[in-house]
Design a protein around this ligand. Structure first.
Ligand code: NAP
Length: 318
C-alpha cells in the first residue's frame, strides 16, 4: 500500500490516473485541491479531499506528512511562474516524500511549444534540487500526444475532453510540413498512460528520471496511411513550408477550433494557431519521439495499437 497525494486531482488527466489507482485497490489516495469538492462531483468515497493553498508552504508540508508519492497534475497554463509546483516540490522534500512526478504527461522536448515552457521550468527545478545528491526521486511521465485526440470530436476516455489536432479524422484532412512526412509522433491512449502510471506507483525499483511511455511510435505518413484505411479515402493533406511556419505563418485553408478548457477566450485564437505551428515544428525536431523507459520496466504491458483503436472509433461514422 502506498500513500499517494494527487495535486490537481480534480482535473481531466488526473482523474483517469485516479481511476487506474482505485482499480488496483491498494492505495490511500488524497487529492490536493484549492477548493471544496463540489457536491455534484464526488470522485469516490475512498478518496480524501484536502484543501491546500499552494502559496502557503507550511500548509503544503502538513498535507504531505506521511505521503510516499506525489503525482502532480497542476495545470501549468494557469501558473506561468510554476510557483505552485515549486512550492509543492519544496514541501514534498520537507515532509519526507519519497517520490514525485511533476505535471508532464506530454512530449519529450518542449521546443517551439511556448505553452508548455512551464514544464521546462520544473524540469530545471528538479535537476537543481538533486544536483548535490538524491534528494527527491522523480520521473517525467511522457506518453506523447493522447491518441484519443485523433477521435475528435468523439470522446473516448471518461474524463479527458476531445481536442482537435492537425490530423482531422472527422473531415479527412491533415496539415504536414512539406518534406517532413517522416517526422515521428508518439501517440498513447489516456487509458494506457494512466495504467502504466498506476503500475509505476507500485514499482519498487528506482524511478527512471526520463519516463517515456511509448504507446505507438509512428511517422506522420503512417498516421495518414491509417487515416486512409480507417476513413475509407486519402486525407486531403495541406503541405506547409518550413520557412513559413518558422516565421509564424500558417498558410492553410483551415485551422484548429476546439481549445482546452483551461484556455481563456482571449488566449484561444492565438493559441490555436500556435499549437498547430508548435506541434508541426516540434515534431520535425524530434520532440515527440518519446523514449521507452516505462515500456522497458513493464515489457509485458500491451499498449492499444493505433490502427485498431482508430478503426473501432471511426467504424460506421460518416
Ligand atoms: N499529452 C497530452 O496530449 C496532454 C493532454 C492534456 C493534458 N496534458 C498534460 O496533463 C497535465 C494535466 O492536464 P489537465 O488537462 O488534466 O489539467 P486541468 O484539468 O486543466 O487542470 C488540472 C488541475 O490543476 C489545478 N490547478 C489549476 N491551476 C492551478 C494553479 N495555478 N495552481 C495549482 N493548481 C492549479 C486544478 O485543480 P484545483 O482547482 O482542484 O486545485 C485543476 O483541476 C498537464 O501537465 C498537461 O500539460 C497532456
Amino acid at each position: 500500500m502506498v500513500k499517494i497525494a494527487i495535486a490537481g486531482g480534480s482535473g481531466q488527466v488526473s482523474r483517469e490516473v485516479i481511476d487506474a489507482l482505485l482499480a488496483a485497490k491498494k492505495h490511500e489516495i488524497t487529492v490536493l485541491s484549492r477548493k471544496e469538492l463540489p457536491a455534484a462531483k464526488v470522485i469516490s468515497p475512498e478518496i480524501q479531499w484536502k484543501i491546500v493553498d499552494y502559496d502557503d508552504k507550511e500548509c503544503l508540508v502538513e498535507a504531505l506528512l506521511g505521503i510516499h508519492t506525489v503525482l502532480s497534475f497542476v495545470q501549468i497554463l494557469s501558473d506561468p511562474d510554476q510557483k505552485s509546483q515549486k512550492n509543492l516540490i519544496d514541501a514534498a522534500i520537507s515532509a519526507g516524500v519519497r517520490r514525485f512526478a511533476p505535471s508532464e504527461y506530454g512530449s519529450k522536448d518542449t521546443i517551439n511549444m511556448p505553452w508548455w515552457q512551464g514544464k521546462e521550468i520544473i524540469r530545471e527545478y528538479l535537476k537543481e534540487v538533486n544536483r548535490k545528491g538524491d534528494i527527491l526521486e522523480y520521473t517525467l511521465f511522457q506518453p506523447g500526444l493522447f491518441l484519443d485526440y485523433l477521435a475528435y470530436p468523439h470522446k473516448t476516455s471518461k474524463h479527458v475532453d476531445p481536442l482537435q489536432t492537425i490530423f482531422d479524422f472527422e473531415s479527412r484532412r491533415a496539415i504536414v510540413i512539406d518534406g517532413y512526412e517522416g517526422a515521428i509522433i508518439t501517440l498513447t491512449t489516456v487509458a494506457d498512460a494512466a495504467t502504466v502510471i498506476a503500475q509505476a506507483v507500485d514499482y519498487e525499483g528506482k524511478w527512471p528520471t526520463s519516463g517515456g511511455i511509448r504507446g505507438n511510435r509512428v511517422t506522420f505518413s503512417q498516421v495518414l496511411g491509417i487515416g486512409h484505411r480507417v476513413r475509407g479515402c486519402p486525407f486531403k493533406t495541406e503541405k506547409v513550408k518550413i520557412e513559413d511556419i518558422e516565421a509564424g505563418h500558417l498558410k492553410t485553408s483551415w485551422g484548429l477550433s476546439a481549445v482546452h478548457q483551461a484556455v481563456s477566450e482571449e488566449q484561444a485564437s492565438d493559441l490555436l494557431k500556435n499549437v498547430s505551428i508548435g506541434i508541426l515544428l516540434s515534431s520535425s525536431k524530434g520532440a515527440w519521439d518519446i523514449s521507452d523507459e516505462w515500456n522497458q520496466v513493464f515489457p509485458d504491458y500491451e499498449f492499444t495499437p493505433i490502427e485498431s483503436f482508430l478503426a473501432k472509433v471511426w467504424d460506421g461514422k460518416p
